[in-house]
Design a protein around this ligand. Structure first.
Ligand SMILES: Cc1ncc(COP(=O)(O)O)c(C=O)c1O
Length: 404
């Protein structure tokens, strides 16, 4: 038995769903925890059993049993059900990384000759995939400034099939008005794909605003412990069917043990994000008031260009804070090297605080003028705050800033 989320009396809260949605309460051997079905293939009792299965697969959309690891796994399916519930979708597909989620969806939603519109501030690998890889298949892209919906609409062509954006974006935390974006996309019969990795479904559910497909790098907040790579695609009303079929072809599946860890991480997602939201806001405010900090980007701050949108559509603002240190790149490096609680590392969203200079971690191979064209100055720092105590993180920042 799993949690009946359709009970009219009361819709379960976020943490209840993060614990119970899709979870069987009659596990084998009375196991409380989700069993890890660590298998690459599934056996048949004999040829008659196999033929029953093949007939069922041909005539029923979702056969009741599994056949082969690339087409499905019960541990993975249980975690997918929970992820679908958290984002308010009908279906969720777990894949082997956030990039696998993104590349699989773009390869399936777009065909040769199509065009997509994307926003400029984004994860650099997403930009590279669109501008280098998709172009080889004659799929063109127009990049418009994040937050400028007029520019999005102007960029739409007769062959535009998709609008792709993050919200909040990486690294400047720009937030898109999702209701307005979905309305304009539907007016032009264009689909929308939102990478909501920086938000998490606790803070923002893009599907509720009419967005067609949402993706997350599960590697970040959803798993939350910096020990698993995965991605997820969540949608409503059949959009995920061809994506799931293509996963069996393209092969970017998630390992059952990784899925177990993701399921365990989800159980504390609500608690972690509440703490990270609080840490993010407190630290962004503290940094904004510090004389050695030139500028802070955090959607929970009144000074952020998209604060009003973020406040209207988000429950909390997450725990990534970007800021410029007064001085140059080496000053920012000295400050980062002096931090004790935050590790110098890429990634975000986990329980450990991580800190980095985007000019080095993400854009080292770009000429400085090309980095500047994207707004990335050498003294820009991205702080991905974990669940440590706020006061300890502030004390660490205060001490380390004396080295800047
Ligand atoms: C916003 C965003 N989307 C997608 C990805 C890619 O996810 P993964 O590293 O799980 O492939 C990242 C990774 O940093 C990211 O920050």
């Amino acid at each position: 038995m799993s949690l009946d989320t359709s009970t009219p009396a009361r819709t379960p809260g976020f943490s209840t769903q993060a614990m119970h949605a899709g979870v069987a309460h009659d596990n084998p051997h009375h196991s409380l925890t989700l069993p890890i079905i660590q298998t690459a293939t599934y056996t048949f009792d004999g040829t008659a059993d196999l033929i029953d299965f093949l007939d069922e697969r041909m005539f029923v959309q979702k056969p009741v049993r599994q056949e082969y690891g690339r087409y499905g796994n019960p541990t993975v399916a249980a975690v997918e059900a929970r992820l679908a519930a958290l984002d308010g979708g009908d279906d969720a597909i777990l894949l082997s990384s956030g990039m696998a989620a993104l590349t699989t969806s773009l390869l399936i939603l777009l065909s040769s000759g199509d065009h997509l519109v994307m926003t400029d501030d984004c994860y650099n690998r997403t930009r590279l995939f669109v501008n280098r890889f998709l172009r080889r298949f004659d799929i063109a892209a127009t990049t418009v400034p994040a937050g400028d919906l007029q520019a999005v609409e102007k960029a739409i062509q007769p062959n535009t099939r998709l609008i792709l954006s993050e919200t909040p974006t990486n690294p400047f935390l720009r937030c898109l008005d999702l209701e307005a974006l979905a309305a304009l996309a539907h007016r032009h019969s264009v689909r929308t794909l939102i990478d909501a990795t920086f938000a998490t479904p606790l803070n923002l559910r893009p599907l509720d605003f009419g967005i067609d497909l949402v993706m997350h790098s599960v590697t970040k907040y959803l798993n939350g412990h910096n020990d698993v790579m995965a991605g997820v695609l969540v949608g409503k009303g059949g959009i995920t069917t061809p994506l799931r079929e293509s996963q069996g072809l393209l092969g970017a599946v998630v390992d059952p043990t990784a899925a177990y860890h993701i399921g365990r991480g989800l159980q504390t997602l609500g608690l972690r994000i509440e703490r990270q939201n609080a840490n993010g806001l407190a630290i962004a405010r503290w940094l904004e008031a510090h004389p050695k900090i030139r500028r802070v980007w955090y959607p929970g701050l009144e000074s952020h260009p998209d604060h009003a949108i973020a406040r209207a559509q988000m429950r909390g603002f997450g725990s990534v804070v970007s800021f410029e240190v007064e001085g140059d790149g080496p000053a920012a490096s000295r400050f980062i090297d002096a931090m004790r609680l935050a590790h110098l590392a890429p990634s975000l969203g986990g329980v450990d605080s991580l800190i980095e200079q985007p000019a080095l971690i993400s854009y080292y191979d770009l000429a400085p003028e090309n980095r500047l064209a994207l707004g990335i100055r050498d003294e820009l720092v991205r702080f991905a705050i974990g669940i440590e105590d706020t006061e300890d993180l502030i004390a660490d920042l205060e001490r380390a800033l004396t080295y800047a």
